[in-house]
Design a protein around this ligand. Structure first.
Ligand code: ZN
Length: 151
């Protein structure tokens, strides 16, 4: 969010109020560079990414589900929840930027692995070794959760 007066991106939120009936938030902001105050209406965007599974069915991309599964794969590694939130947000942003609203589950899996590899070796190897047996992120997540619930 850039200041309308000086163009600085360094602004702070003074007040936030949801606008009912619209998925929007009205904010009062102040520019940290020049002190200009301004109001914004920020709209929540639902990207609604559909994941095409190996069996041909589709399900809605779930950030929560993916983070939950990844948290388990990253158990006892230095990878934090905020690392994973960032990782998943990056995947969503990449898909949205490419206007990809329907992706194959295998593509999500590859995107996860690519990012996990940069983050932590142990988490990557653990994820990859289990994931490769399934080649399908939805099945993988279901299996991973089962494995971890009944060790
Ligand atoms: Zn300014």
């Amino acid at each position: 969010m850039h200041c309308p007066k000086c163009g600085s991106a360094d602004t702070k939120v003074l007040d936030s109020r949801p606008l009912d009936a619209e998925n929007a938030i009205r904010r009062k902001r102040e520019c940290n560079a020049c002190g200009q105050r301004f109001k914004t209406v920020e709209r929540v965007e639902y990207t609604q990414i559909q994941v095409l599974k190996k069996d041909g069915t589709r399900e809605l991309f779930s950030r929560e589900k993916l983070i939950k599964g990844l948290l388990r794969a990253c158990d006892k590694t230095p990878v934090s929840l905020s690392d994973l939130e960032e990782l998943v947000a990056d995947i969503e942003a990449t898909l949205a930027a490419n206007m990809e609203y329907e992706v194959e589950s295998t593509q999500i899996g590859e995107m996860v692995m690519e990012r996990l590899r940069k983050l932590n070796d142990i988490a990557y190897v653990r994820f990859a070794s289990v994931y490769r047996q399934f080649k399908d992120i939805s099945t993988f997540m279901a299996e991973l959760n089962k494995l971890l619930e009944n060790p």
